[in-house]
Design a protein around this ligand. Structure first.
Ligand SMILES: CCCCC[C@H]1O[C@@H](O)C[C@@H]1SC[C@H](NC(=O)CC[C@H](N)C(=O)O)C(=O)NCC(=O)O
Length: 221
C-alpha cells in the first residue's frame, strides 16, 4: 500500500499533530515540503488545495485538506477515536482544546519581536490555568491511564504533544500537575511514540526564524 503523503512547510505548524498521530499509529508517511511560492502556486493551480490552503494529505486515493478533518479521518481509520459516539465526542472535545493551545504556540513564532515575550507568557499561563487543570481533573476523576475509555486514543496523543510543546516554553509547567507528569511518562513510553521522540524521526523542531521567513515569503504575510 502507498504511504500517506503530507504536504506542508518544513516545520510544525498545523501539520505536526498529523505527524504525531500517524507516528503513534505506527504508520510510515512521506513528506513534500513547500519551500517556494512557485510550489505553493502550482498546488493551487492544479486544484489540490480545496480552499487554497495547507496542510494537505494524500491518503487512500484522496487529496485531503483541513487539519481537523484529516485528524479525525486518521483517528477513526487507526481505531484511536473511541468505541461509541459518547467517547468520540469527548475525544473531540479534548483534541480541540489541545489544538487551540498548540495553535497558540504555532503562531507565537510569527509575533512581532516586541510582543514575543508577553505572548509566550500568556501561552504558559493559559496552559497552567485553563488547559492542564482540566486534564489533571479528568485523569483524577476517571482514575485511568488514558483520557477516554481506559484505552489509548487520539486525545492522549494530542495531550502529550501539547505538554511537550509547552514544556519547551517553561520546563517547570507540570510542577503542580502530578497526574499529568505520570501521564507524560506513561504515554511517552508507548513504543511508537518513544521512537518518534528519538532523534532522526520525522518530528519537526520548534519554529526558528528561517522557518518563519520561508513561510512568510510563501504566504506573503
Ligand atoms: C508555525 C506554523 C505557523 C505557520 C503559519 C501557519 O499557521 C496558520 O495560522 C497559517 C499557517 S498554516 C498555512 C495556512 N493554512 C491554514 O490556515 C489552514 C486552516 C484550516 N482551517 C486548517 O485547519 O487546515 C495557509 O495555507 N494559509 C494560506 C492562505 O490562507 O491563503
Amino acid at each position: 500500500t502507498t504511504k500517506p503523503k503530507l504536504c506542508y512547510f518544513r516545520g510544525r505548524g498545523r501539520m505536526e499533530s498529523i505527524r504525531w498521530l500517524l507516528a503513534a499509529a505506527g504508520v510510515e508517511f512521506e513528506e513534500e515540503f513547500i519551500e517556494t511560492t512557485e510550489q505553493y502556486e502550482k498546488l493551487q493551480k492544479d486544484g489540490r488545495l480545496l480552499f487554497g490552503q495547507v496542510p494537505m494529505v494524500e491518503v487512500d486515493g484522496m487529496v485531503l485538506t483541513q487539519t481537523r478533518a484529516i485528524l479525525s479521518y486518521l483517528a477513526a481509520k487507526y481505531d484511536l477515536y473511541g468505541k461509541d459516539l459518547k467517547e468520540t465526542v469527548r475525544i473531540n472535545m479534548y483534541a480541540d482544546g489541545t489544538l487551540d493551545l498548540m495553535m497558540m504556540t504555532a503562531q507565537a513564532a510569527f509575533k512581532p519581536p516586541e510582543e514575543k515575550e508577553e505572548n509566550l507568557t500568556l501561552i504558559v499561563k493559559k496552559a497552567k490555568t485553563r488547559y492542564f487543570p482540566a486534564f489533571e481533573k479528568i485523569l483524577n476523576d476517571h482514575g485511568e491511564d488514558f483520557l477516554v475509555g481506559n484505552k489509548f486514543s487520539w486525545a492522549d496523543i494530542q495531550l502529550l504533544e501539547a505538554i511537550l510543546m509547552v514544556e519547551e516554553l517553561d520546563a517547570s509547567v507540570l510542577s503542580h500537575f502530578p497526574l499529568l507528569k505520570a501521564f507524560k511518562a506513561r504515554i511517552s513510553n508507548i513504543p511508537t511514540i518513544k521512537k518518534f521522540l528519538q532523534p532522526g524521526s520525522l518530528r519537526k523542531p520548534p519554529a526558528d526564524s528561517h522557518y518563519v521567513e520561508v513561510v512568510r515569503g510563501i504566504l506573503q504575510f
